[in-house]
Design a binder for this molecule. Structure first.
Ligand code: CAA
Length: 467
């Protein structure tokens, strides 16, 4: 299959990014929008994105001109008649997509491949709406499309042999890494990513920790490129809510039940970056931050933390302002439990801990160079371990290989390591034991260690089996 002219229908953030990716690879692009206004907006996205690359010196003025000149913009779908491939990136409404695919099937030459960038709808249903179901696939890009290195290529039970391979080869030509996946709700990335993001919303909703603190914990503590709330704002809260709905529809698992807070934000029209307000973007709060001063501190359970605080000038005392405990739960007024992950220090008081002690702990940990994350329960283990456990379940169910899952999360979401690599660097036993502790506390099925993880640890192994 030769792909020299490609159509992109829908030039919103994703569609315009996809058009740019094709044009950058030297492929002619026909970009289609519903009306002139939408077309102008699409052109605006393309000009802004390539303009930024020009400013940063990643493109010369000549290269930028060439890229833009490869893109023809039109409001007529009939202009797609010569396209070898059409990628659809219109709103996630099945009715619109079915109408579009029926139209594309009529307009495009019989050899053309029709692809959808859907993140939540069933590709098989779109294939079935055409007279060429064997040549309909998913081609799922990640936001921002010009930057993220992954394309999920979704084959269905009716896809003709060779089509997934040809589209995967095309993805390589675009400079992306393809991962071939089945037509299952959420494919690989969204099936893992969205339940984790939704979990973060639940923690926020339950008052376990604040938005910025959760984002800091996952960005600075785990090393993810964005915290869950910034990422939800980037993806779009409506898209995220829809994906959760589709996952829940398929699995009926409690883990996939969309958070009511997410639903409320979507209903309020707070959709994230695209609407100017999501989890971020609310008017600044007027309250002045509470402050507390501590000059004496006792650290229990970590010589390293004690040394860091001593080096920062805090003195030990028999009657300290605050007692920081690493380990056992603290049950006294001045005692605050601390867990350090990288430069993040999560801190949590018991029911007996005074507000003053928590504030003191927060401030002195900040002075000592940590990013303090006050929380009612530690958030990093809860969010991360449940997320990693999902990856083990996905692999164990035979849906995707360890290598594909790791590559998908690294390249699709910018993770520094894939979930399996991450579990191996943390230590499988530590992850398994962390999950057991969380399960004992919450009795939520998502915290029950996946049998494979448990078996590997029991067998004394510290790595996952790779082919
Ligand atoms: N368009 C084009 N280029 C962009 C861009 C955009 N919207 N945003 C950033 N870039 C480029 C920048 O120009 C910069 O390039 P250089 O390094 O060559 O100068 C590069 O990307 C890095 O950008 P920044 O330095 O401004 O910012 P950063 O280092 O914080 O990285 C990020 C930004 C790439 C978005 C990074 O934060 C990241 O990887 N985040 C994770 C994003 C993610 O998870 N995406 C997947 C979401 S799920 C999805 O999309 C699927 C779905 O169906 C919902």
């Amino acid at each position: 299959m030769v792909f020299e002219t490609v159509g992109v229908v829908g030039l919103g953030t994703m569609g315009a990014g996809i058009a740019e990716v094709f044009a950058r690879a030297g492929i002619r692009v026909v970009g289609v929008e519903a009306d002139q206004e939408a077309l102008d907006r699409g052109l605006g996205h393309l000009e802004a994105s390539t303009g930024r690359a020009l400013e940063k010196g990643r493109l010369s003025a000549g290269e930028r001109e060439e890229i833009l000149s490869r893109v023809t913009l039109t409001t007529s779908r009939d202009d797609l008649r010569d396209a070898d491939l059409v990628v659809e990136a219109i709103p996630e409404v099945m009715e619109y997509k079915v109408a579009l695919f029926t139209d594309l099937d009529r307009i495009c030459k019989p050899s053309a491949v029709l692809a959808t960038n859907t993140s939540s709808l069933q590709v098989t249903a779109l294939a079935a709406a055409t007279g060429r179901p064997g040549r309909v696939v998913g081609m799922h890009f990640f936001n921002p499309a010009p930057v993220m290195g992954l394309v999920e290529v979704v084959g269905t039970v009716v896809t003709e042999p060779g089509v997934v391979t040809s589209v995967s080869d095309l993805a390589v030509r675009l400079g992306k890494t393809p991962v071939a996946v089945g037509d299952r709700a959420g494919f690989v990335v969204n099936r893992l990513l969205l339940p984790y993001l939704n979990h973060a919303v639940t923690l926020l909703d339950h008052g376990v920790a604040a938005r910025d603190d959760i984002d800091n914990a996952m960005r600075l503590g785990v090393g993810l490129p964005m915290g869950p709330f910034s990422l939800l704002d980037l993806i779009g809260l409506d898209t995220s809510y829809e994906i959760m709905g589709v996952l829940f529809e398929e699995s009926r698992s409690e883990r996939h039940a969309p958070s009511p807070l997410l639903r409320s934000y979507v209903a309020a029209g707070w959709l994230g970056r695209k609407s100017g307000r999501g989890f971020y973007g609310e008017p600044a709060s007027e309250s002045t931050p509470e402050k507390a001063a501590a000059s004496t501190v006792r650290v229990e359970g970590s010589q390293e933390l004690a040394a860091t605080l001593a080096a920062a000038g805090f003195k030990d005392s028999a009657e300290p302002d605050v007692v920081l405990r690493v380990g056992e739960a603290a049950l006294e007024e001045r005692a605050v439990q601390v867990r350090v992950t990288g430069k993040v220090a999560e801190l949590s008081g018991s029911v007996l801990t005074s507000r003053q002690a928590v504030l003191c702990a927060r401030d002195l940990l900040r002075v000592a160079g940590y990013t303090p994350v006050p929380c009612r329960r530690f958030v990093i283990d809860a969010l991360l371990y449940a997320h990693l456990n999902d990856a083990v379940h996905m692999y164990s169910s035979g849906y995707a290989s360890i290598a594909d899952i790791d590559a998908a999360m690294r390249l699709g979401c910018g993770y520094p390591q894939g979930p399996f690599e991450l579990m191996e660097s943390i230590g499988l036993a530590k992850v398994r034991d962390g999950l057991r502790a969380l399960y004992a506390e919450h009795l939520a099925p998502s915290f029950a260690p996946a049998p494979l993880l448990d078996q590997l640890v029991t067998a004394g192994l510290d790595a996952f089996p790779r082919a």
